[in-house]
Design a protein around this ligand. Structure first.
Ligand SMILES: Cc1cc2nc3c(=O)[nH]c(=O)nc-3n(C[C@H](O)[C@H](O)[C@H](O)COP(=O)(O)OP(=O)(O)OC[C@H]3O[C@@H](n4cnc5c(N)ncnc54)[C@H](O)[C@@H]3O)c2cc1C
Length: 414
């Protein structure tokens, strides 16, 4: 089999790239090791950046047809539930004055169903990439489908195979792969009609206490999702405290939530998966015609709520460059890949630095840092022009980190 581009991994980045290149008429093969796209008990935010990309590829209306919630603001509260600040998307004249929250598998299934209409795009599930060899005019690659080993020749091989990328490993791309100290429990549930108002309310709430983080938001009018920080990724101490103590802690933040979780099927702590958080910071993103996108290139901390959006932006930039260079021969393709890397890598490095700073401040249990943090948050609430910088950065549309002066001013105002 001969194709123009093979994409390993049908994640947000891979599916976006297949859409862009597929619509441009290239022969595309997508392989994914999963049997199918299955529901994940998770919520994710599609930031204005992601919405802009979906609009560009004609998939914004289909996204809006999925169950979702539009958030024009998120509320930050302290560990006792007292308001600290609101981060608002609707303060400027932005095209999308909101982020969309949904269950990410629904979005992936939607993009996949649109890909089915493109005869030049072949998407195979249950197809696990194994290895590849650079042939000078492209790449020979092998993957397994059940017992069968399959082979193809491709001009470009794109690794969108996630943070533990085998494409990255086989291409010998070096870099730093770190796991953050704290992990997160993540869970979602359908809110019963008779649930208390505090749980039914779809308000997006970040509780940030001393060494505690609890983030609750809605992913559809009925469904709710939360992330709960597990300090040091230590499940054992949670186990020792037990389910009852865990639920009662959640009740302190959101009255009635513990009861709703019990009613909706949470019977043991072991049911709740925990998620380690990784930072991938590579020396380079490509090796000849093999190139990485998404988490494989730059997995990042969810504090910046950007992973999926940045994967899609990788796809947008790489897709346009490959569309331009592919017909001009393999030399031009390599130039396009180099341009992609030089355009995209700096932004993800900036986001890594921001995420590290946020992690240091937000996850802290140090009472002095907590007191300073809360004062800055309160100050930011009174300074819309400064807090708007945060939202512009989180929206993915620009990078406007707070200056030391902004932080100082917020501190004095708080
Ligand atoms: C709890 C949580 C909350 C998050 N919240 C947000 C958020 O609010 N906003 C946001 O933008 N991002 C968020 N993220 C990050 C986001 O989920 C990821 O950054 C994004 O999904 C990465 O997409 P990707 O395109 O890199 O592919 P991935 O989703 O990493 O997919 C990789 C794919 O590769 C396939 N694969 C792996 N190995 C092979 C192989 N050998 N052969 C074939 N296929 C293979 C896998 O089956 C998988 O389908 C969150 C993540 C988590 C865990």
């Amino acid at each position: 089999m001969n194709v123009d581009v093979t994409i390993v991994g049908a994640g947000a980045g891979g599916l976006t790239l297949a859409t862009i290149l597929g619509k441009a008429g290239f022969r595309i093969l997508v392989i994914d090791a999963r049997d199918e796209i299955r529901p994940v008990r998770r919520g994710e935010l599609i930031q204005p950046l992601g919405l802009e990309i979906l609009e560009e590829i004609g998939l914004l209306e289909p996204l809006y047809a999925l169950p979702h919630i539009r958030y024009s603001e998120f509320v930050f509260l302290d560990g006792k539930g007292r308001p600290l600040m609101r981060s608002r998307y609707d303060l400027g004249n932005d095209r999308f004055p909101f982020a969309v929250s949904l269950e990410p598998h629904l979005m992936d299934q939607m993009v996949l169903s649109h890909l089915a209409s493109l005869a030049n795009v072949d998407v195979r599930f249950g197809a696990a990439y194994v290895e590849h060899h650079d042939t000078g005019d492209g790449v020979d690659l092998w993957w397994s489908e059940g017992e069968r080993m399959c082979q193809a020749h491709t001009k470009v091989l794109v690794g969108d195979d996630g943070r533990r990328s085998l494409v990255r490993k086989n291409a010998g791309i070096p870099g730093r792969i770190e796991t953050y100290r704290d992990s997160y429990l993540s869970w979602s549930f359908d809110c019963p009609a008779d649930a208390p108002e505090s749980v039914k309310n779809p308000l997006g709430r970040y509780f940030i206490g001393r060494g505690k983080i609890f983030f609750l938001f809605a992913v559809s009018p009925r469904r709710r999702f939360f992330l709960y920080m597990l300090p040091n990724g230590d499940r054992n101490s949670l186990r020792r405290r037990g389910l009852r103590a865990f639920l009662s802690e959640l009740d302190d933040w959101v009255p009635g939530l513990g009861n709703v979780l019990s009613q909706t099927g949470l019977e043991t702590l072991e049911q709740i998966p925990d998620m380690s958080v990784m930072k991938i910071d590579l020396d380079r993103w490509s090796s000849g015609p093999v190139v990485l996108i998404g988490d494989a290139a730059h997995a990042m901390n969810p504090h910046v709520a950007q992973g999926r959006n940045q994967s899609m932006e990788d796809a947008r930039v790489l897709g346009k460059l490959l569309s331009r260079e592919m017909s001009a021969g393999q030399g031009s393709v390599l130039q396009g890949i180099a341009e992609y890397e030089s355009r995209r890598k700096p932004r993800t490095m900036e986001l890594h630095r921001l995420a590290d700073e946020m992690t240091w401040i937000w996850n802290s249990g140090n009472p002095v840092i907590v007191a300073l943090r809360e004062k800055v948050f309160r100050g930011l609430d009174k300074m819309p022009s400064v807090s708007r910088k945060i939202v512009r950065t989180i929206s993915g549309l620009s990078f406007e980190p707070l200056t030391p002066m902004d932080k100082l001013k917020a501190f004095w105002s708080g």
